[in-house]
Design a protein around this ligand. Structure first.
Ligand code: GDP
Length: 139
C-alpha cells in the first residue's frame, strides 16, 4: 500500500558544505512536508547495515566509509506520490547525468558524494525511516 512517505538523508558532502538549509528549502518548496528530521553521524558498521542491499557491489566498502565520514540529516518526508516525486526532485545517481535543476545536479560532487539519498520504493521508505526514527519522533 502506498504510504505517501519517503525517506531521505542529506549526505556528508552536502551537510559538510553547509548546503542542508538550501536543500531542505528545495524539498519544502516542492511540496514535501517534513515528518521527522535529525542530525546524526553513522559509524562504518551502521552505514554497512543501512546499505546491506549493496554489499555485493564493488563500491560497498567505499560507500560505507564515505557515509560514515561526517554528519548526515536523515528525514522522513510526506507528499502524494512521495517516492517517485522525490526521485525526480533529486535526479540521477550520477550528477553528470542528473537533469538540470535537480538537487544532485546542483549540489552533488560525484557519483558517490551525491548530496542526498532517496528511497526507491514505498517498502524501502518504511524500512529506512524505521532505521532512524521511532513512531514518537514523527509528526
Ligand atoms: P541511488 O538509489 O540513486 O542512491 O543509487 P544506488 O542505490 O544505485 O546507490 C546507492 C549509493 O551508492 C549512491 O547514492 C551513491 O552514493 C553510491 N554509488 C552508486 N554508484 C556508485 C559507484 O559507481 N561508485 C561509488 N563509489 N559509489 C556509488
Amino acid at each position: 500500500m502506498a504510504t505517501n512517505r519517503t525517506f531521505t538523508m542529506i549526505k556528508p558532502d552536502a551537510a559538510n558544505a553547509g548546503n542542508a538549509g538550501a536543500i531542505l528549502k528545495m524539498i519544502e518548496e516542492a511540496g514535501f512536508r517534513i515528518v521527522a528530521i535529525k542530525k546524526t553521524k553513522l559509524s562504518a558498521e551502521t552505514a554497512g547495515k543501512f546499505y546491506e542491499v549493496h554489499k555485493e557491489r564493488g563500491f560497498y566498502g567505499e560507500l560505507c566509509a564515505y557515509m560514515s565520514s561526517g554528519a548526515i540529516f536523515p528525514a522522513i518526508l510526506e507528499k502524494e506520490n512521495a517516492v517517485e516525486d522525490f526521485r525526480k526532485l533529486i535526479g540521477a545517481t550520477d550528477p553528470k547525468k542528473a537533469e538540470a535543476g535537480t538537487i544532485r545536479a546542483i549540489f552533488a560532487t560525484s557519483i558517490e558524494a551525491n548530496a542526498v539519498h532517496g528511497s526507491d520504493s514505498d517498502e524501502n521508505a518504511a524500512i529506512e525511516g524505521a532505521f532512524f526514527f521511532a513512531e514518537t519522533e514523527r509528526f
